[in-house]
Design a protein around this ligand. Structure first.
Ligand code: NOJ
Length: 584
């Protein structure tokens, strides 16, 4: 049985500062705006706020390019505003987690400016500089064939000093050189600065990228028609990662602070456990990418890939049992600022079934073991941007780069542009970044000015104000779900996980079991149609006898008994059945 901890029982609400609430009318969300919404967050029932980067930044990658770790991007507010946010959350018994982005800085950070100023500057070695390679024709080439995550080479040439620097993301995001102990020390100091202010922990951006294969060798060619190659093999989970993580943990421990690491590209259980198994003393949990990469195709995410429900279930089963059996812990999430809206992506639906689908997905995630992350707007069932918006409405640097690359790769295909656009409509990061829909006022009540990004026009029928008044809303469902998770924490947080009907193409069914507290059965129809499900006998028994503690249809569904019992599920139906142990 897992050891108990506050962070295991917590629900975390992720805030994308540009898009929550703009109080000063400049069209960009701000920290005072966030402060004005704390009643809303408290009434939803979340315990922790994770604030995406609010630090000083040229905003090439929306704040993930930091030019000063100790200052706040002026449109968001000031350091004093963050102080106020910490105090206001603590007063409510809530916590604040900040983003820690230390694989790279902005090229406008003072450290990088110094580093690029000369070959012998003391900070030269704080970043990863290499001499050019020269090809047979005498042309200058990058030091290796690594592709940047955002497309193109991961290296940029600096004319002044005649060397290339590494950037796994945009060229404005140079990678720090963690091989230099001064870098780790500087990061520890930044953490200490915020922890001293009362921050309760960090979400660590691409933290498994901080140790690279020594010598930075070429990556194997896996996409032959592309000059630069995916190189995660050489920068994800490198040889010194765990040593560096233990260094970070040393700082966290002084404050009893919490850490969730973002770790793209790590798939092996044994490797993930190295970071999150309790006795390793590294991180509390990581964001693992199997589910959110399920439908990403060859080359880049704007290539499609078919996915099936059995495959999704196999992933859930793998991570649920792995963590339970090995004293690790899961971070549960379907959305964040790098993903599109789950209701549009994973549950294609008729408009009348959108709310049922959003509630079903909430149940799918929310009844699993792990710490639950809710991304702003997910609690309303916010959807992807309208299909008729053109590519110019998509502001994200990744979307624009990968869109161009995908178009090139479809050269000669008359339907290429439409195929790429279909994927943009499905998976671009922009879908998760559109402003929060608070009410039916202009721009959904997000701003009185001109919003930095257009508000999804469906705010007229999908907004917080209406949903807070409506007991059948997606918001009200999330409230109930979060409450139940707390009331029955032994079962839903700490219980074991058992997958049923693994091969069924339409239904997800799992049980959560706790020896003394009780067991719960979760049944979910992942389709937009009625589904006659020949359920296992145990589920039929629970359906008939157990307490229906959460459901997205008011009336219980029907069971028909012929040769076997068939549970008649309605579109996107979700039911949670609880069998409590009787105390004698
Ligand atoms: C992951 C962040 O979540 C994403 O938004 C960002 O673009 C990259 N890391 C680079 O920092």
């Amino acid at each position: 049985m897992p050891q108990k901890a506050w962070w295991k029982e917590a629900a975390v609400y992720q805030i994308y500062p540009a898009s929550v609430c703009d109080l000063n009318g400049d069209g960009i969300g701000d920290i005072p705006g966030i402060l004005s919404k704390l009643d809303y967050l408290e009434s939803l029932g979340v315990d922790v706020v994770w604030l995406c980067p609010v630090y000083e930044s040229p905003q090439v990658d929306m704040g993930y390019d930091i030019s000063d770790y100790r200052a706040i991007h002026a449109p968001y507010g000031t350091v004093q505003d963050v102080d106020q946010l910490i105090a206001a959350l603590h007063k409510r018994g809530m916590k604040l987690v900040m983003d820690l982005v230390v694989n790279h800085t902005s090229d406008q950070h003072a450290w990088f400016k110094e580093s690029r100023s000369s070959l012998d500057n003391p900070k030269r070695d704080w970043y990863i500089w290499r001499k050019p390679r020269w090809d047979a024709e005498g042309n200058r080439q990058p030091p290796n064939n690594w592709a940047s995550v955002f497309g193109g080479s991961a290296w940029s040439f600096d004319e002044e000093t005649g060397e290339y620097y590494l950037h796994l993301f945009c060229k404005e995001q140079p990678d720090l050189n963690w091989e230099n102990p001064d870098v780790a020390q500087a990061v520890h100091d930044v953490m200490t600065f915020w922890l001293d202010k009362g921050v309760d922990g960090f979400r660590m951006d691409v933290i498994n990228f901080i140790s690279k294969t020594p010598g930075l060798p070429d990556a194997p060619v896996t996409i032959p028609d592309q000059q630069f190659q995916p190189a995660e093999l050489h920068y994800a989970d490198g040889p010194r990662l765990h040593e560096f993580l233990r260094g970070l943990r040393g700082i966290l421990d002084k404050y009893n602070a919490f850490a969730v690491g973002e770790m793209p590209g790590v798939k092996e259980e044994a490797e993930v456990l190295k970071s999150v198994a309790e006795d390793r003393k590294e991180l509390n949990m990581i964001f693992q990418f199997d589910i959110i990469c399920l439908d990403n195709g060859r080359n880049n995410k704007f290539f499609p890939k078919e996915w099936s429900l059995p495959k999704l279930k196999a992933i859930v089963h793998k991570w649920q049992t792995c963590m339970f059996d090995n004293s690790g812990w899961n971070a549960l999430f379907l959305e964040n600022h790098d993903q599109s809206r789950s209701v549009s992506r994973f549950t294609p639906h008729r408009p009348e079934n959108r709310n049922a689908a959003a509630k079903m997905l909430a149940t799918f995630m929310g009844m699993q073991a792990g710490t639950l992350f809710v991304y702003q707007g997910q609690e309303l069932g916010m959807a992807n941007l309208p299909k008729d918006w053109g590519i110019d409405e998509y502001k994200d640097v990744e979307t624009q780069n990968l869109y161009r690359l995908a178009l090139e790769q479809h050269r000669g295909d008359p339907d290429g542009a439409e195929k790429v656009m279909d994927q943009v409509r499905l998976k671009a990061r922009d879908h998760g970044r559109s402003p929060m829909q608070w009410n039916t006022q202009k721009h959904g009540g997000f701003t009185t000015g001109t919003p930095w990004m257009r508000v999804n026009e469906d705010y007229l029928h999908c907004n917080a104000e209406q949903q807070q008044r409506d007991p059948s809303s997606v918001f009200a469902y999330w409230q109930r779900l979060l409450r139940l998770r707390k009331q029955h924490a032994d079962t839903f947080v700490y219980g074991s996980f058992e997958l049923l009907a693994a091969d069924d193409p339409a239904v997800v069914c799992y049980r959560r079991v706790h020896a003394s507290a009780g067991a719960a059965t979760v049944v979910l129809n992942f389709t937009d149609g009625e589904y006659a499900w020949e359920a296992p006998p145990g589920v039929v028994k629970a359906w008939e006898g157990a307490r229906r503690i959460l459901a997205n249809y008011a009336e219980p569904g029907e069971i028909r008994k012929h040769s076997a019992a068939v549970v008649c599920l309605r579109p996107f139906e979700a039911v949670v059945l609880l069998e409590e142990r009787k105390m004698c």
